[in-house]
Ligand binder design. Sequence first.
Ligand SMILES: Nc1ncnc2c1ncn2[C@@H]1O[C@H](COP(=O)(O)OP(=O)(O)OP(=O)(O)O)[C@@H](O)[C@H]1O
Ligand SMILES: [Mg+2]
Length: 242
Amino acid sequence: MTAELIRNPLREWQRRIWAHAVIDDTTPSHDELSREADRAERAAIHARQAANRAIAYTRRRPSRYANASYELLLPEQDPAGKVSRWRAHGPRALLIAGPARTGKTTAAYAIANDTHAHDQWVMVWTAPDLSAALKPDGEPFAYDYATGCDLLVLDDLGRERVTDWWLEQLQRILDERCAQERRLVVTCNTTGPDEGDDRSPAEVAYAQLVTRYGHPIVERLIDGGGVLVLDGPAVRQVVTEW
Ligand SMILES: Nc1ncnc2c1ncn2[C@@H]1O[C@H](COP(=O)(O)OP(=O)(O)OP(=O)(O)O)[C@@H](O)[C@H]1O
Ligand SMILES: [Mg+2]
């Protein structure tokens, strides 16, 4: 097996050495060879970068969401297939709102895991973690990763301290992703309409977000999509025997 692995890459070179043992019109020029070598080197760098990003995704992912998938979601966690169809057919951004423990993070990770399985670069941060990562003593490339990845999942928006500094960071990241048409999934806790309030849960969630972040940011969070409210029963696994 090992010998085969070593022999295979060499076979191509053996063929090429023999093919060019005699110099004729088909022999590549020095420039052609160095361009080909550059291309091969760039491809190798990209492959290594993609592998490192994939490893980082699985290493950072909390184990409870490792198996999150569309099949696992309850019908009320995937209303009208809006979660399971989003990656292939949805608008650029998806905002998943709703009360505590309704499966927002699980739905977001179902999308993240699927996107990761399609060899795309996925980064997931909770809003408090991204805020900490962007600080001078945080993660060195947080801003570049947050703007450059294929899919950014921002979990638990609203749990972080909303300061002017954070609003500015958020606006810059969202603007950049919007300009580059990079995809975005955001989850946030919102409460449903009070009794007597005849607005829809999505309208109420939208209004709560606007109060917290202002119109420009919320428009970029939604960007042509809408607010998907998960307001099914809270999922609680109560352990009675241990
Ligand atoms: N379809 C499901 N099948 C099995 N377990 C689930 C399912 N949906 C959610 N859970 C579990 O229920 C718990 C709550 O789910 P999740 O964290 O996704 O909810 P959330 O709405 O993000 O909660 P929070 O408001 O606390 O952020 C988690 O432990 C999760 O693993
Ligand atoms: Mg959550």
